[in-house]
Design a protein around this ligand. Structure first.
Ligand code: BG6
Length: 478
């Protein structure tokens, strides 16, 4: 009982939040580079404020981030010291194809990831690679309008072929699109979409989502053709919705909200647009242009496993209910009176993880992989960079315990767990450095000042012991 012997313990990062080196090694510019910190960030992320190049009065944290581009060997050695079995990272598309539509890839970029994967191999760490984690070349946005254009499928296909071939034998686990459902809430971040006044945003978002869904099925097909050992997963920003009350209207709202997220995974895992989505699109007057082959492709090439992020549960209510709002992953939710929240207002709910796991497994009957989970918190290091992050340990151990219950008590198959931001990195939502998730502290502040020195937090030693005991010893040591 407990976690299976081959359970993949590890941590997760994304290129744009940790690599930096935005202009090194022939890399091109991407949407994620030109998202500033400060009050305009939200407008840029959602495509309301068109920012496709650097503007002088803004600070862009992804440009340098924590410079993992040059520190990756040191960082992977630290992951290995914790006993990581897997490391989730993403490829920066513009390292491989700086503009996105070139004929031939950039060798320096390909070599960078090859070196990185070989470094993982040295420590028997299995890479788990997100092909696009909120990442779209600027040239493809300027020239083609990002994922609103069907041509993106071809560019993405090319990227996939190149990386699947080059990294065959080094990488086996792939995720096609990070948090694919975020296209609805953060369309510039998720799909390089910007909008002109008067455009039907929903029409554009669902059409772009269709392109991503087709691209995802195509990637799954190619991955399996190139190497039958490849395992491809979808990736959902998950968290089941609770009904605010037992008022049937609230219950109905929560069901509708869940479907808003499940829609993507229903297509990627079950292989077709669900009937409720067809009705919803028709009601909104949205028509999805699709080719004859799309349906067959979606049907034939469903994912091997379901990966997801989980930070906090969500609540839905009808307009009749009088509710308060609180912050959540990229968009606000309703305040749940039974839960405590993080310093950023994200509600802490370990049982919600078990509920979400059960909901996902009941629906899809495929193995799950938790590829993001964690507590974003302010850390106060001592003069040696040591952080006594008992709050983080408490959050993580409660969530790991909930995972264990889902495995042991409910029979949910779980492939692995990569907690988010295993090394401190730039926050996707706010662009801050002070919102830290890591076991490893990085000396860098919100304005980009710091030595970049890495140091181990208390949670580093705690997670090491969790992995060494395969999740049996979750206790906090003094
Ligand atoms: C997910 C993303 O939305 O949540 C990550 O996949 C992100 O990129 C993470 O960093 C945590 O969110 P935040 O806003 O605290 O960085």
């Amino acid at each position: 009982m407990g976690f299976p012997d081959n359970f993949l313990w590890g941590g997760a990062t994304a290129a744009n939040q940790c690599e930096g080196g935005y202009d090194k090694g022939g890399r091109g510019l991407a949407n994620v580079d030109v998202i500033p910190t400060g009050p305009d960030r939200r407008a840029v992320i959602t495509g309301k404020r068109n920012m496709l190049s650097f503007e002088t009065e803004y600070f862009y944290p992804a440009k340098e981030a924590i410079d993992m581009y040059t520190h990756f060997k040191e960082d992977i050695a630290l992951f290995a010291e914790m006993g990581f079995k897997t490391y989730r990272l993403s490829i920066a598309w513009t390292r491989i194809f700086p503009k996105g539509d070139e004929e031939t890839p950039n060798e320096e970029g390909l070599q960078f990831y090859q070196d990185l994967f070989q470094e993982c191999q040295k420590y028997a760490i299995e890479p788990l690679v997100t092909i696009t984690h909120f990442d779209c070349p600027i040239h493809l946005i300027k020239e083609y309008g990002g994922w609103r254009n069907r041509k993106m499928i071809d560019f993405y296909e090319k990227l996939c072929r190149v990386i699947f071939e080059r990294y065959q034998g080094l990488v086996k686990y792939w995720l096609t699109f990070n948090e694919i459902n975020m296209i609805l809430h953060a369309p510039f971040l998720g799909a390089g979409l910007t909008f002109e006044a008067g455009e039907n945003e929903e029409q554009i978002k669902y059409q772009a989502a269709h392109h991503e869904l087709v691209a995802s099925a195509l990637a799954t097909k190619i991955a399996h053709e190139i190497d039958p050992d490849n395992q491809v997963g979808c990736m959902l920003a998950a968290a089941s919705y609770y009904s605010y009350s037992c008022n049937p209207k609230d219950v109905w709202e929560s069901k509708q909200s869940d479907r808003g997220n499940y829609f993507f995974i229903d297509v990627q895992s079950r292989g077709a647009y669900p009937t409720y989505a067809l009705k919803m699109l028709a009601k909104k007057g949205i028509t999805i242009e699709q080719s004859k082959e799309d349906k067959a492709l979606l049907k034939a090439h469903t994912v091997d496993f379901i990966s997801f992020s989980y930070y906090a549960s969500r609540v839905a209510a009808s307009e009749d209910s009088d509710v308060q709002k609180t912050e959540g992953n990229l968009f606000p939710t309703i305040k749940n009176p039974y839960l405590e929240a993080s310093e950023w207002g994200w509600q802490i709910d370990p049982l919600g993880l078990r509920i979400t796991m059960n909901d996902l497994y009941d629906r899809y009957q495929k193995p799950l992989f938790i590829v993001e989970n964690g507590l974003g918190a302010v850390d106060s290091p001592d003069e040696n960079g040591f952080v006594e992050d008992d709050y983080r340990i408490a959050y993580l151990s409660a969530h790991i315990k909930a995972m264990k219950d889902a495995i042991d008590e409910d029979g949910v198959p779980l492939l692995g767990y990569t907690s988010w931001g295993c090394i401190d990195l730039v926050s996707a939502g706010t662009g801050e450095m002070k919102k830290r998730y890591g076991y490893i502290y990085v000396d860098l502040d919100n304005e980009g000042h710091g030595t970049l020195k890495r140091s181990k937090k208390k949670s580093f030693y705690w997670y090491k012991q969790v992995i060494a005991t395969n999740g049996e010893d979750l206790a906090q040591k003094e």
